[in-house]
Design a protein around this ligand. Structure first.
Ligand code: FAD
Length: 344
């Protein structure tokens, strides 16, 4: 019988297993190797390097914020880093014992153990851990609520762009992230990403895409728990999931080592659950905002860009809330949407 049966050798499953590998574990992965296929823009803030090795392919010093035909720059040194996502995942998987081409199929929760069925056999474990990504099936044993899903696609393209600046387009939410001055990751999150992708004329080197889960769900029940995309631990406004997923895996790992894993759901929500709630509120406003109000918000950000450059944090979207709260001229806009959202 295993102590831990972990489904999914993505970055979050690997990070969690590294933390708990002194236990008797089984880690399964349905693909033939770690890190493939890549479905990610690989953009992270500095905070993730508290947990993982500081290895990146490009450093970012700011962003051009575009809306309609206008744009302005927000500048902050080393505000973000571009990862080689395949290498990132492979580094996290070093020395782990992974059973490849093995897929989780079903589980039976018994009184003192969990029976787990895969395409290769039946196993028993004290705990079952779902690190099986956005379309998690382990989730069925923990939460009766499904997250919402954002659709996204991204092309890696030969495209010239300042190599230390990103371009963000506000509607639909799109990005140009340079790997270097000649190759960029160009992507979009929208209801119809194939139509909305801002394709350039350059040669396409790679195409990817996928779903991103958003929304708070329950992540622990009867010795089964969910981490990363499986637990919908992403930033609702931008879809970033690496930092929150690794942070949650760190919390889960520490609790497991202290035999306190039943506290996992409340502990991660105490740590960064409010950031997700703020993001969900922001996303609701973003989805409903009129063009006229978006222009007002865009001009507000532009006017306050020095404050934003000083105090905004890549991983704490609520840092923008402080600026909003200290700027009465923008309150009516937010109150209008808060009232609307509470009525409908
Ligand atoms: C287009 C796009 C761009 C993104 N850009 C960014 C970004 O710039 N920054 C950022 O922080 N985040 C970004 N994200 C989100 C980020 O990619 C995810 O949050 C991250 O991959 C989550 O890691 P994970 O380990 O939880 O899940 P995954 O990386 O999806 O890993 C899950 C693993 O589980 C395996 N698995 C699934 N089901 C089973 C099963 N039944 N049996 C066995 N194995 C199984 C899968 O094969 C996979 O290897 C982006 C997402 C998309 C789609």
């Amino acid at each position: 019988m295993y102590d831990l049966f972990i489904v999914g050798a993505g970055p979050i499953g690997c990070y969690f297993t590294q933390k708990t590998k002194e236990f008797n574990y089984k880690l399964i992965e349905e693909h033939a190797e770690v890190g493939k296929p890549v479905q990610c823009a690989g953009l992270v803030g500095e905070n993730i390097f508290k947990y993982v090795e500081k290895e990146y392919i490009n450093k970012i010093n700011g962003a051009y914020i575009h809306y309609n035909e206008e744009y302005f720059a927000l500048r902050k040194k080393n505000v973000a880093y571009v990862l080689d996502r395949e290498k990132f995942d492979k580094n996290l998987s070093k020395d782990l014992d992974i059973s490849f081409k093995e897929s989780f199929l079903a589980a039976k929760i018994k009184k003192d153990k969990i029976e787990i069925k895969t395409n290769k056999g039946i196993y028993y474990s004290k705990y079952l851990v779902g690190c099986d990504g956005v379309r998690s099936t382990v989730r069925n044993y923990v939460s009766n609520k499904e997250p919402s899903y954002l659709k996204s696609i991204q092309h890696t393209v030969e495209y010239e762009h300042e190599d230390d600046m990103i371009s963000f387009f506000l509607k639909p939410f799109s990005w140009i992230i340079p790997e270097n001055s000649k190759i960029c990751r160009i992507g979009v999150i929208s209801k119809d990403p194939y139509n909305d992708l801002r394709l350039s004329k350059g040669k396409v080197i790679n195409k990817t895409g996928g779903l991103i889960p958003i929304g708070r769900i329950n992540t622990y029940k009867n010795n089964v728990f969910l981490i990363g995309d499986a637990g919908s631990q992403t930033k609702p406004l931008t879809g970033g999931g690496l930092y929150y997923g690794i942070k949650a895996a760190d919390i889960a790992g520490n609790l497991f080592l202290r035999d306190k894993i039943e506290k996992y759901d409340s502990e991660w929500k105490k740590s960064f659950g409010k950031q997700i709630l703020f993001g969900l509120l922001g996303k609701k406003i973003y989805d409903n905002i009129s063009n006229e109000d978006m222009i007002r918000f865009y001009n507000f950000v532009k006017k306050n860009r020095t404050k934003i450059e000083e105090s905004c944090n890549f991983d704490r979207h609520s840092s923008l809330l402080k600026i909003i709260l200290s700027s009465p001229e923008i309150w009516p806009l937010f109150l209008k949407y808060l009232v609307r959202m509470s009525l409908f």
